[in-house]
Ligand binder design. Structure first.
Ligand code: PHB
Ligand code: FE
Length: 336
């Protein structure tokens, strides 16, 4: 089932509930509410109200990624039932659409919103439902249990983190003060053994302001967030997006293009499912140095027992989703 909805950016929120203090939110025909432990999502289908329940911490971690990544490439499955699909300008919100238990019975719903409209509601929900002391970007070991219980304050410092943009490579003059040694991020407890040595640079005379090098391992060892690839270099349409991973990727990403993973340290397990149905297709264990191409027709979720370093390599060539959708490109990058 699919419907097109109105697109205004007014957030439709209830007054705080008397019992738990959280507000409820309406987006098109969907309703979102939370209580001490759970997020509840409802939608109409076949004359009835469908209900879905998710643990509030998992739901907030997932919504945090969807907001921070601007709905990302393709599909962001918040879990096996609810998620978003980026149409680049508009966003589909779906329930049960990619889960045959719902979709084959017509119990699913998809509605389309202008990106600013759905973004405003997701941000307001994230803000209201995140209590003081809970950081949806941190690993469970690093953040409190304050997500449990009635509404208690905010953690805007965590959820409003701005990506720092540099004008030049960190370390070069004019890099917008992104020098990691001067902005005070401590080495993460999981990376205490990572060398902080920086490479020696021998620039030809006259090129001292142009040539630079830095240790990406030392840089990543200071990352204070998990499962949050950041664009660290751009070469044409090729984006290098390193990230540090601990516990579970809070979303299942449904690819609309091929993406490559290079495991830089430690170990990461991936569960690979069919994008449309969620049927399991593969399990992958990636060790430091392993490289994998994730096809364009899958969804995937990562599991990292110890914080690890991963390089996500994205292809930002315009028009790629259409080329895969129409079969012009095969969903995998190489024919063996
Ligand atoms: C992905 O969906 O490819 C992805 C997302 C976040 C990560 C790593 C990989 O941290
Ligand atoms: Fe992905």
């Amino acid at each position: 089932m699919s419907a097109q909805t109105a697109n205004d950016t007014t957030v439709k929120a209830s007054a705080a509930s008397n019992r738990t203090g959280y507000r409820s939110f309406t987006l098109g025909s969907f309703n979102f509410s939370r209580d001490e432990y759970f997020a509840h999502i409802t939608w109409p289908a076949k004359g009835q109200t469908m209900t879905h329940t998710a643990s509030a911490d998992a739901f907030l971690r997932a919504i945090m990624r969807d907001v921070a990544w601007g709905f990302f490439y393709g599909w962001v499955n918040l879990d096996d039932v609810i998620g978003t699909r980026n149409l680049y300008g508009q966003v589909e919100l779906f329930a049960g659409r990619y889960n045959p238990a719902y979709s084959t019975k017509g119990l699913d719903l998809t509605e389309t919103f202008d990106t600013p409209a759905i973004m405003a509601t997701f941000k307001a929900m994230l803000d209201d439902w995140t209590n003081e002391g809970f950081d949806p970007f941190a690993s469970p070991d690093e953040t409190g249990k304050s997500w449990v219980g009635s509404k208690n304050g905010h953690n805007r410092g965590a959820i409003d983190r701005e990506r720092q943009a540099c004008k030049r490579m960190p370390g070069l003059p004019g890099d917008a003060e992104l020098r990691r040694d001067s902005n005070g991020y401590p080495v993460n407890r999981a990376f205490a053994d990572v060398s902080q040595d920086e490479p020696e640079i021998h620039a030809e005379p006259g090129f001292e302001n142009e040539v630079h090098a830095m240790s990406l391992f030392a840089y990543l060892s200071r990352s204070d967030v998990t499962w949050n690839p950041s664009v660290s270099s751009v070469c044409g349409r090729s984006l290098c997006c390193p990230t540090t991973e601990e516990y579970i990727l809070p979303i299942k990403h449904g690819n609309d293009r091929v993406e490559w993973f290079i495991q830089l340290s430690d170990e990461l397990d991936w569960s690979i499912e069919d994008k449309q149905t969620g049927a399991l297709r593969a399990k992958i264990k990636m060790k430091a140095g392993d490289v994998a191409a994730m096809p364009a027709d899958i969804r995937h979720q990562g599991f990292s027992r110890k914080r690890s370093m991963l390089l996500v390599w994205e292809n930002a060539t315009p028009g790629l989703p259409e080329m895969y959708e129409t079969g012009k490109l095969k969903p995998y990058p190489i024919e063996f």
